[in-house]
Design a protein around this ligand. Sequence first.
Ligand SMILES: O=C(O)CCC(=O)C(=O)O
Ligand SMILES: [Fe+2]
Length: 397
Amino acid sequence: MDEIPPLNASRTHPIDYLPNAPSYASFLQEYLLQLKPCLMSMPEISLWKASRLWVRRSESGAMKPDIDVLEEAFKDASVDVAYCGETDECGAQRRERMSFSEFATLWRNSPDGKLYLKDFHFCIAGQSGAYRTPDVFADDWLNSYAIAASKGEDDFRFVYLGQHGTNTNFHRDVYGSHSWSCSLAGVKRWRFLAPEYTHLVRDDKSGDMPTGIFSAEAESRFPDIGEARKRIITVWQYPGEAVFVPSGWLHEVQNFGETLSINHNWANATCLLRMSLSLEEEVRLGQQALEGFELGSPQELAVLVQDLTTRNFGWGWKDFFEMIRWRYVGCQEHPPLSTQRKLGVAWDEAADYLRPPPDVERQLVTQVMEEWLRNDENRYLIEVKAVAEEILKHVQH
Ligand SMILES: O=C(O)CCC(=O)C(=O)O
Ligand SMILES: [Fe+2]
C-alpha cells in the first residue's frame, strides 16, 4: 500500500482544496453546477456529537473509532459487513449481515480482519442527532424522497467504519447521484476518474467495470485501462475534511488506519441530467438483454424493460420522476413534514437560500423532462409519461 503523505504545509492537492467552507452561492457556481470534485476543511465536523463520542485520540495522536461506545449506541442494529480480503463468486467483496454487537466482537478479536462496515443506515438506527449535514450539501431530493416514500425505513445516509487496509471498489454512485463524505477518523485515499473517461473502463455490453483501477484483472479485461490510469486523480482525506464527489465521477477508496466517516448519497437539480443519462444507459442494457425474445406488444416490452432496470439498477424512470415530482412540484400529495415527524421520520428540507435560484432549477428540470419526452421510445410508458408531463407543466407555470 502507498505511503500516507504527511499532513503539513507542503501538502499538495490535485483537486481544489478549500481551507474554509465556501458560501453556498460559490459552492453552487464552482462545484455543483460544474460537477467538479473538491476537498474541504470542515471544522464543524469536530463539533458533531459523533466526533465527541464515537472517536477518540490514540497515543499516536491520530483519531480512532471507539468501538465500545459505538457498540453501546447501536447494539442490535443490523449491519452489512464487507470482508475486504475475500471475494464472493461474482468477484465482489464477500459481505455478511450481522448485528452491530457481533461486528464489534469481530473488530476487537481480529484487528487485521479487513472488516468494513458499509452503508450503515445510522439515522434509521436512531442516531440522526449525531451530526448535521453541512449547509452546502443540504439541498437533497434523494433522501427527502427516499425517507418520505419509505415512511422512514430507507435512506442514503451512511456511516462507514473500517479497519486498516479496507477499501471500496471502483464504482459510480447509486443512480448516478452525488455523494459527500466527512471523515472523523483515519485517512482515506480516493482515486477519481472523470465521467468523460468512463468508456475506457466500462464494458459496453455488460456495463461491468474493474474492481480496482490498478488491479491485474483490469488489465486482462479492459484494453484501455492504461489510458484510464493516466487520468486518475488521487486525493488524500484526513479527519475534519469533506470530499464532494459529483454525479458521474468514478472512484475507489482505500483506508489507512481505522476509519470512520459519515456520508450521504444525494441529488438535486444539478445532477438530474447526469442521473437521467445513467438511467438511460441502464435501460439500454435491459433492452439488449431482452432483445430477440417474443415478449408481447412494444408497450408490454417497455414495461418489462423498466421492471428489469429497477431490479438491476435499483430504480427506473417512474421512481426518478417521482423523486422530482416530490421535491419540485411539491410535497402536497404526500404526508406533510409535520405528519412525517409523527411517523418518526427525521428530515429537514434545505432552506431556500441553500438551493439554486428558481430560474436555474427550472432550466435544469425542464431540460431533463423535455429530452425524455422527445425520445420516441418513451411514449409506451404511459404512466411515467403522465408524471413527466405533470412536472413539465408545473415548471412552465
Ligand atoms: O468511504 C468509502 O469507502 C466509500 C465512499 C464512497 O464511495 C462515497 O462516498 O461515494
Ligand atoms: Fe461512492
